[in-house]
Write a protein that binds this ligand. Sequence first.
Ligand code: TYD
Length: 137
Amino acid sequence: MEIWSKPGIVELPAYRDELGALSVIEGESPFPFDIRRVYFLFDVPSHATRGSHAHKDLHQLIIAVSGSFHVTLDDGRAAIDYFLDRPDRALAVPPGYWRTLTGFSAGSTALVLASHEYDPSDYIRDYDEFREWAAQR
Ligand code: TYD
C-alpha cells in the first residue's frame, strides 16, 4: 500500500503469447479502491497540456493504453516526471499532487481509473492555492 501514499509506477500483469498481450486490473490489484469512474483522454494535440490541477481526496491510476505522454507530479515542494509509454506500466497518483500531462504522441490514449465520481469541489485549479493547501497538510 506504500505506493498509494506516494506516486509510483505499478507493473500490471501481462499475459503474452504469439497472439498478443492482455493486461488486467481486478479487485484490489493493483488499484486498492473501488473504481467509481473511468475516463480517458484521446485526440490530444502534441502541444497540449492537460491536467494542471490537484485533487484533495481522489486516488487515480493512469495508463498509457496507447502511445505515450509525460505526467509531472508536484507535491508543492518538488516535481517528478513520469514517462508513460506501455499499457502494462501504470502510474499510481495519490491525492495532493499537482499534475500536468504533456507530450502526447499521435494516437495516444490516457486511461484513468478514479476512486470517486466526478466532483468539482475536489479540485484545486489554482497553483498558488495548491501550494498553500499543500504546505498546511
Ligand atoms: P478537465 O478536468 O479540464 O480535463 P483535464 O484536467 O484532463 O485537462 O475536464 C475537461 C472537461 O471534462 C470539463 O468540462 C469537465 C469534464 N469532465 C467530466 O464531466 N467528468 C470527468 O470525470 C472529468 C475528468 C471531466
